[in-house]
Design a protein around this ligand. Structure first.
Ligand SMILES: Cc1cc2nc3c(=O)[nH]c(=O)nc-3n(C[C@H](O)[C@H](O)[C@H](O)COP(=O)(O)OP(=O)(O)OC[C@H]3O[C@@H](n4cnc5c(N)ncnc54)[C@H](O)[C@@H]3O)c2cc1C
Ligand code: SF4
Ligand code: SF4
Length: 458
């Protein structure tokens, strides 16, 4: 038996599970596909209050706690390549791609100034730009920058026509002669899969005006603007001119429970930022009396105007805002209204590459494409000793992701020999594990959420 656990996916769920395992004394290896850990909520891990109390009293892991925990090993730019063996005794292989920048990097930014290659920054949902040598955010774990070798002029490596970054790097942190791939083998007792989810491609919204104007954004893009530290320091501003919007329209064409959750959360954040007029347009079935009452309650409680619309069209005006036209199914009227910012609410899907990961891990997926789990806690996959957590088993909020991560960690630890566990860092643990805070009375976001749910016949 071994004292180690492998976690695939370094987002909220994977990192929380990692801290739980590490603090219980297990050597914990986190394998993250991207260049930095944090997943969808990486910004939150820089600044605990970056999203207010949207984790509802539970603490998301912080980079500081992860770095300070000697039981945690993080392997970025890496993917699981093979698992052999049985619970308590798995041999896993992990394939890591080269970063080309070593931990000697001091984040001085000299290379950023000289690199001639510009690309959209994926971490900012493409709202900002980065260079081929870059850091996705203002602070990251690991700290060192990374080279996007696909975009770099030195691609393929060792053919070196550019070298501008190497020339200005006083810390001697950039090397193009590193092996392109490194295989790591580890002996682990259990595996936790936490590869998260992805948001729908914005292309789906072209028919609703996405791409026609920079101030028509998706909810994933708005989320990045609302996160501190995001591209605008945590404020909803219009991408076209960085001015604050006075009026925002959130348009929902697929009112799944998770999409409604996101709308409720973002509506609340916009109201908190003193946006004068926040409206929600549901491109969905006509109202009945109960829905009409819920819409009125929403208007009275939070000052949100809720409409049920048929057709929808956004035309930009001379005043740099939009004229929105839609068929108001509540009043059977054709309506035209002006807004400064339009948010098209995207839903979420299983993450890219999940079928391949499932095949490698020897587990099954459900009909909806997420990882199949068959126990009450929602963590036991179809292979013994392999657990799943977070949004990879279905969309969920931060609180549920963290709770499930804790269950997965407990189940994984049970596969290890307790005599081999090393003592963890209890100081870090008390600061970052799930704290049971006293239950707060429902806040406005919860009220908005409840009322939005009431609008949909479910
Ligand atoms: C627009 C939007 C708004 C939201 N607002 C809220 C809110 O207000 N409140 C709230 O509670 N929740 C909110 N959520 C939900 C919240 O983001 C999730 O609960 C949380 O991010 C789930 O964490 P996760 O670790 O499961 O997934 P992720 O954060 O997606 O992390 C998964 C990680 O796994 C990595 N990965 C993927 N595949 C592999 C692989 N094959 N190998 C290795 N690594 C891999 C990814 O790179 C990523 O780092 C929102 C979500 C969205 C999309
Ligand atoms: S790679 Fe070198 S030049 Fe670039 S930020 Fe790091 S230390 Fe500075
Ligand atoms: S070698 Fe690549 S990363 Fe470095 S400056 Fe040139 S294009 Fe940018």
């Amino acid at each position: 038996m071994t004292d180690s656990i492998l976690i695939v996916g370094g987002g909220t769920a994977g990192l929380h599970a990692a801290l739980e395992c590490a603090n219980a004394g297990a050597k914990t290896i986190v394998v993250e596909r991207g260049p930095v850990v944090g997943g969808r909520l990486a910004a939150v891990m820089l600044k605990p209050d970056a999203i207010g109390d949207r984790s509802e009293g539970l603490r998301t892991p912080l980079f500081e706690a992860l770095e300070g925990n000697e039981n945690i090993e993080i392997i970025t730019l890496a993917e699981l390549e093979n698992i052999e063996g049985r619970p308590g005794n798995f041999i896993v292989s992990v394939n890591q791609r080269a970063r080309f920048v070593t931990d000697a990097c001091t984040r001085c930014k000299n290379c950023h100034t000289v690199c001639p290659v510009v690309a959209p920054n994926e971490a900012d949902m493409g709202l900002n730009y980065r260079k081929a040598i870059y850091t996705p955010m203002s602070d990251t774990l690991p700290h060192e920058w990374v080279i996007d070798i696909e975009g770099c002029l030195n691609m393929p490596p060792n053919y070196l026509p550019c070298q501008r970054c190497v020339e200005v790097c006083d810390d001697n942190a950039i090397f193009f002669n590193l092996p392109l791939n490194t295989i790591h083998e580890r002996h682990v007792g259990a595996v936790i899969l936490a590869p998260g989810f992805r948001t729908e491609e914005p292309d789906r919204f072209v028919g609703l005006g996405y791409g026609a104007h920079p101030d028509i954004v998706t909810s994933a893009e708005l989320q990045r603007l609302l996160e501190s530290p995001g591209p605008t320091g945590g404020f909803a501003s219009k991408p076209s001119d960085e001015e604050y919007p006075d009026s925002v329209l959130l348009v929902l064409d697929n009112p799944s429970q998770f999409a409604l959750y996101i709308v409720a959360s973002q509506t609340h954040q916009l109201i908190e930022q003193d946006v004068e007029k926040v409206s929600v347009l549901l491109l969905a079935a006509p109202v009945d009396d109960a829905q009409r009452t819920a819409a009125q309650a929403l208007a009275d409680t939070a000052g949100i105007d809720v409409r049920w619309g048929g057709m929808f069209k956004a035309d930009s005006t001379d005043e740099n805002n939009f004229e929105i036209s839609f068929e108001d199914l509540t009043q059977n009227l054709y309506v035209r209204e002006n807004y400064d910012l339009v948010v098209l609410c995207s839903d979420v899907e299983p993450p890219d590459g999940l079928p391949e990961l499932a095949k490698t891990a020897g587990i099954e997926l459900s009909d909806d494409g997420y990882i199949r789990v068959n126990d009450e806690a929602g963590i036991a996959t179809t292979r013994e000793g392999v657990f799943a957590t977070g949004c990879a088993t279905g969309a969920k909020n931060i609180k549920d992701s963290l709770t499930q991560a804790q269950s997965a960690a407990i189940a994984a630890i049970a596969q290890l020999d307790p005599r081999q566990l090393q003592s963890g860092d209890s100081e870090v643990a008390s600061d970052t594990t799930a704290e049971s805070k006293p239950q707060l009375p429902p806040d406005m976001r919860q009220q908005i959420e409840q009322l939005l749910y009431a609008l949909i016949d479910r």
